[in-house]
Design a protein around this ligand. Structure first.
Ligand code: AMP
Length: 249
């Protein structure tokens, strides 16, 4: 059983992003980039399924600039077997990525596609859902537990007020939530091994996909600054201010 894992190269979650002065987007020049954290969880889950003897091959895919090769090498170091870069210099919006992934699903015929639930740069939370729709596959989003057996995936999802468990016939699309697993640390020997694993490059044109953007960003702005707090000398003053100034008591 093959598992396809799409991994996105995003601004590292530790970086405080700055909005460009013209409000056209955020500045990503000279900023540390990493694999989207939910995608690390997706790779880890796929590799665990392989280690458990459920999967036979894990294929990592990234769509974007040449530098996405670094992200793919990280996926290979976690334990993916091979990687595909869909190289494009254009901005790739979620619909375009979903179409590219659909083309790869047709080509590779994986039994499972495990994506992150959202990319921390655009927070779209769209790609997995759109891929499932385009490919006509069942989907379970926000997975906190995945069990694969007898041609089915049982997926537990954290929903308001409890847990929901779904059974999906394979092939299927799953997106990962934070508590699905804790990704392993990538070791140096595995980084070295990853350099020798196959990494194929294809283009959107070769996959027959039009990746032209469908959405236009009108404006990006900084969140409002928090106003400074005040120190009060004692509890009585605090209660007085809450009653008479903030009027919350
Ligand atoms: P989004 O819909 O943009 O929030 O992204 C959801 C998930 O889709 C991510 O966690 C990735 O698994 C996948 N994805 C989105 N963009 C890309 C990309 N450019 N390359 C590979 N995978 C992607």
């Amino acid at each position: 059983m093959k598992i396809l894992v799409p991994v996105k190269r995003v601004v590292d979650y530790n970086v405080k992003v700055r909005v460009k002065s013209d409000g056209s987007g955020v500045d990503i020049a000279n900023v540390k980039m990493s694999m989207n954290p939910f995608d690390e969880i997706a790779v880890e889950e796929a590799v665990r399924l392989k280690e458990a003897g459920v999967a036979t091959e894990v294929i990592a895919v990234s769509c974007g600039a040449t530098q996405c090769q670094e992200t793919l090498r990280t996926a290979l170091a976690i334990g993916a077997d091979r990687a595909i870069l869909v190289e494009s210099g254009e901005e790739l919006q979620p619909l375009a990525v979903a179409k590219l992934l659909k083309a790869l699903v047709d080509k590779e015929q994986p039994q499972l596609v495990i994506l992150g639930k959202q990319a921390i740069d655009d927070d779209s939370n769209q790609t997995g859902q759109m891929l499932a729709a385009l490919a006509g596959l069942p989907q379970a989003t926000f997975a906190s537990k995945v069990v694969v057996a007898d041609g089915q995936a049982q997926v537990t999802r954290e929903v308001d007020g409890g847990l929901e468990t779904l059974a999906l016939n394979l092939p299927a699309v799953i997106t990962t939530d934070l508590r699905l697993n804790e990704p392993r640390y990538v070791t140096l020997p595995n980084i070295m091994k990853a350099k020798k694993k196959p990494l194929e490059t294809v283009t959107p044109e070769a996959l027959g996909v039009d990746v032209a953007p469908r959405l236009k960003t009108l404006k990006v702005s900084e969140p409002a600054k928090r106003s400074a707090g005040v120190k009060v000398p004692d509890v009585a003053t605090l209660v007085d201010k809450l009653k008479n100034e903030a009027k919350v008591l």
